[in-house]
Write a new protein. Structure first.
Length: 188
């Protein structure tokens, strides 16, 4: 990988460009930079979620996800480089199956609400979706390996499931959307 930062304020970006890990410079609004920024924002939101009381298994999983997202950001910063491994996607698949198995089947849409930890997991989910869209846009312009896109897709699904898990942590439940279908069912 590129050189580690020893000086933060280099002023080299004052012209509207930023350096990639291969020492090339691109505009700060480049699709690659957008994807890197969205992944970084997601990682920051996960850091905020980790400030909440969480089950040990969820905490350990999210810490591992942060490391994988850092790998993904590193991969994005060096065109053609591979850091995120296929095993990372499989790990999310396994976690998704494990946590989803503990939840009741959804019969209606839920709102991104409930406990503070669950609401933060929903914020992370939406940022993961945005990062995935940024990666898809980048992939339409240049070659991007499928694993990063798959990882973000799976991660957003996992964050949805974890939000439901976190809402139940102290005996709570999801916050359901008040749909017409539910209203009719309540009146009958």
């Amino acid at each position: 990988m590129g050189n580690r930062l020893t000086q933060i304020a280099t002023r080299t970006g004052d012209d509207g460009t930023t350096g990639l890990g291969d020492n090339s410079r691109v505009p700060k609004d480049d699709l690659r930079v957008q994807a890197m920024g969205d992944v970084d924002e997601l990682n920051s939101h996960l850091g905020l979620l980790l400030c909440e009381p969480l089950p040990d298994a969820v905490r350990a999983l999210l810490v591992e996800v942060q490391h994988e997202l850092f790998n993904l950001g590193g991969e994005l910063s060096i065109p053609g480089f591979e850091l995120l491994k296929a095993q990372a996607v499989l790990t999310l698949d396994e976690a998704l199956a494990t946590h989803n198995a503990t939840l009741p089947r959804l019969k209606e849409f839920i709102l991104p609400a409930g406990t503070r930890a669950a609401a933060q997991a929903h914020v992370c989910r939406t940022v993961a979706r945005r990062a995935e869209r940024a990666l898809v846009a980048l992939g339409a312009r240049e070659a991007v390996r499928p694993e990063p896109r798959q990882y973000l897709n799976r991660l957003s699904d996992l964050l949805f499931v974890l939000a439901r898990v976190l809402n139940r942590m102290d005996g709570g439940d999801d916050v359901y959307w008040r749909s017409e279908r539910l209203r009719r069912g309540e009146e009958e």
